[in-house]
Design a binder for this molecule. Structure first.
Ligand code: HEC
Ligand code: HEC
Ligand code: HEC
Ligand code: HEC
Length: 391
């Protein structure tokens, strides 16, 4: 009995590795695409609380051994718009990508909208290899990962015989389906394919918009190096995933810089516009009291807790009249207009306090939908939500 066991042990120790490494080899292609500068989800609802670069990095760190060998690529459109905040996002994305050691990123339309030098110097600073059809970039690069050669390219004619061929494109899936001769095409157009699409010998996958999920394609090669088998899975990056501390600090630094941007920017002109709940309460005390019991009255505190109280992209829905004359600007300058107050629903009508007979606008569902979007409030159901705030 013991003897047989001993034999089996030797057997598996000697024969198995040869069987795995001598004939078949597996490689994971971990990919993102059309991340659109989404550094992390807003956390507005648990249902949409997926993605984020610190979680992705944490996931990779925790699973490095079982994922290896792998290559990590971004198919492009990883930046948002070319605005001052968009530039900070672009820098934070690429800093995070360098921490995660991306093997290649593609420069697509979103990136091309920035000044060329800006993107080029970011890539250089962070030593991130890039492919693009824009001038000064290489269109293809060859990666050798533990003996498996992978050709990463943006050129539909750039496939080669001696490698696994991976094309990065921002064409829609329908356009990608017409391109021949590739093992894998990764699309960053914003289209979503829940499952890989097989067209002839090519597997087409899409980067999940805003990084809500990360894709993993597992290729198994035969002994000649051709792709023999292919499987796919999505990694949904939920709140249960432990964040990587290094990327988290990049994101925290980003928040500080965004805060600086807001505070340096010109405060919108003062206007005799928004009054604030305290003013309304002078004549409508019971309404103010009932409003205070709703979550709207604490909507700004939640931003402070999240470290996002100076991020224009959050403030817009968590305060009154942000960006408008006489609306909320910062907690220091306009504390009386923090939180979702009366005038976000009832509208702006300063003359009302002199002429009570002027009818205020009717509160309709459309008013709620400005903030209760599919992304930020996936459970929104007007009758149900209205019941919770009616006073
Ligand atoms: C388009 C409007 C909108 C934007 C922009 C927005 N939010 Fe929200 N947020 C909401 C709404 C609406 C809810 C309530 C969702 C619900 O419960 O249905 C919410 C809820 C939240 C919550 C959960 C509150 C709780 O009590 O659990 C957090 C946290 C939050 N938002 C943070 C942020 C942050 C951080 C940002 C910026 C990155 C942001 N929000 C941007 C509309 C927005
Ligand atoms: C100086 C007192 C005063 C202030 C301040 C005031 N209101 Fe009024 N408001 C009234 C009175 C009085 C009425 C009742 C008018 C009537 O019944 O014709 C009224 C009516 C309303 C109505 C019902 C209007 C309608 O169309 O039927 C709303 C909504 C309202 N106020 C909201 C507000 C909000 C929001 C604020 C703060 C921006 C505010 N009020 C500030 C005195 C005030
Ligand atoms: C200016 C943006 C804005 C508008 C307009 C707005 N909301 Fe909200 N709402 C929010 C935010 C932000 C939160 C989350 C606050 C928090 O939890 O801290 C929220 C939370 C809520 C909640 C609590 C959700 C829960 O599950 O307990 C209800 C209910 C709600 N809103 C109903 C409405 C209705 C109904 C309307 C329209 C009549 C409306 N809201 C208009 C931003 C807005
Ligand atoms: C999330 C949206 C929302 C917010 C915030 C809100 N209200 Fe209202 N309020 C409503 C809705 C909905 C009604 C029901 C009447 C309607 O359809 O216009 C109402 C009704 C009222 C009425 C009575 C109107 C009438 O027809 O008799 C007053 C007065 C009023 N609100 C004052 C306030 C004051 C003051 C605040 C802030 C302290 C406030 N509301 C905050 C949505 C809101």
């Amino acid at each position: 009995m013991k003897f047989i066991l001993f034999l089996t042990l030797i057997f598996s120790a000697v024969i198995l590795p040869v069987a795995i490494y001598g004939q078949e080899r597996s490689l994971n292609i971990i990919y993102t695409g059309s991340v659109n500068g989404e550094l992390e989800p807003c956390g507005c609802s648990p249902k949409t609380d997926f993605g984020g670069l610190a979680r992705l990095s944490g996931y990779l760190a925790a699973h490095r051994n079982e994922l290896s060998p792998y290559i990590l690529v971004d198919a492009g459109n990883f930046t948002d718009k070319d605005t001052p905040q968009g530039k900070l996002k672009a820098a934070a994305v690429l800093r995070s990508y360098s921490i995660m050691k991306y093997d290649a990123v593609a420069i697509m339309n979103n990136e091309k909208a920035f000044p060329h030098e800006f993107i080029v110097s970011l890539l250089k600073d962070h030593a991130i290899p890039a492919v693009s059809d824009a001038l000064t970039f290489d269109q293809s690069l060859l990666i050798d990962r533990e003996g498996i050669k992978v050709n990463i390219s943006v050129n539909p004619d750039g496939n080669r015989k001696d490698a696994v061929n991976v094309l990065l494109t921002d064409r829609p899936v329908s356009g990608a389906g017409l391109i021949k001769g590739w093992d894998v095409i990764i699309v960053s157009s914003g289209d979503i394919l829940d499952e890989p699409l097989k067209v002839d010998g090519t597997v087409i996958v899409t980067g999940y918009p805003r990084g809500k999920k990360t894709g993993i394609l597992t290729l198994t090669n035969d002994s000649e190096g051709g792709v023999k088998k292919l499987s796919h899975k999505w990694i949904s990056l939920g709140a249960d995933i432990e964040e990587d501390a290094k990327v988290r600090s990049v994101l925290n630094e980003y928040d500080l810089k965004v805060s600086g941007l807001l505070k340096e920017s010109a405060k919108p002109l003062a206007g005799d516009t928004y009054l604030g709940a305290a003013m309304c309460a002078e004549c409508h005390l019971p309404y103010e009291e009932s409003w205070k019991k709703t979550r709207h009255a604490g909507a700004f505190d939640i931003l402070i807790k999240a470290g996002k109280s100076n991020d224009p992209e959050c403030i817009a829905c968590h305060s009154v009249g942000f960006g408008e004359k006489g609306g909320f600007f910062t907690l220091e300058t306009t504390p009386e207009l923090a939180n979702v107050q009366c005038e976000e629903c009832h509208g702006l009508d300063r003359e009302h306090i002199e002429d009570f007979s002027r009818p205020m606008r009717r509160v309709t569902e459309k008013i709620c939908l400005k903030c209760h979007t599919k992304e930020n409030s996936p459970d929104f159901d007007y009758p149900v939500y209205l019941k919770k705030i009616i006073h």
